[in-house]
Design a protein around this ligand. Sequence first.
Ligand code: SF4
Length: 206
Amino acid sequence: MIRLELAGPHTRLASTLCAACPQGRAGCCAAPPAVAWADVARIAHLGGIEWILDEIQVGRLRPIPRGLAILRVEPTLDEAGAWPARCVYLGAVGCTISYDRRSATCNYYLCDDAFEREGLGEGAHGGAREAQDALAGLYGRWDLELQARASERCPEGPPWDTSFLEWLGREYARLVRGSRRAIRRLAPAGIDSSALTARRRANMAR
Ligand code: SF4
């Protein structure tokens, strides 16, 4: 079952298949996405400036031209078996950081296996696919715009300090305001209930 939680630019998708990922224990977290410019800006906007600076300081996030890269940790063994190399934030029972500190991709991305194997087909999951495509488009565009603005503001390279991140957070808010029409389709009132479990549909109807 695919779950879709519409929340504008913070929309989340999840699939029951993730718990038994055919790619192995780490699933897609074996290859964490970049915390790209729009993700860094989103985290800053949501109050995570200190967290970003701390994570850079300890080396779990590393500046790259696209924004920040997440550290991958080496393969290990535990009592349940082998772990592959994976995102530093992946713990034994899933992601250890909150949704407002993750790359947006971590929140909205589902692989084709999840869409195809969950049984109900493209029509039933149209809302989920549509939300994923809309978010990929928005964040892709925001990344490019923020990267250009950051280069213009800091031609010597971003200083990665509080004032730079505060600026990025404000730029994110401005981009979100400028994308109101696209984001309206991701508002909770537009939830495609066919992509939700019966229990969640019942809860929402209360
Ligand atoms: S941040 Fe969390 S969801 Fe994203 S790749 Fe890492 S462990 Fe997975």
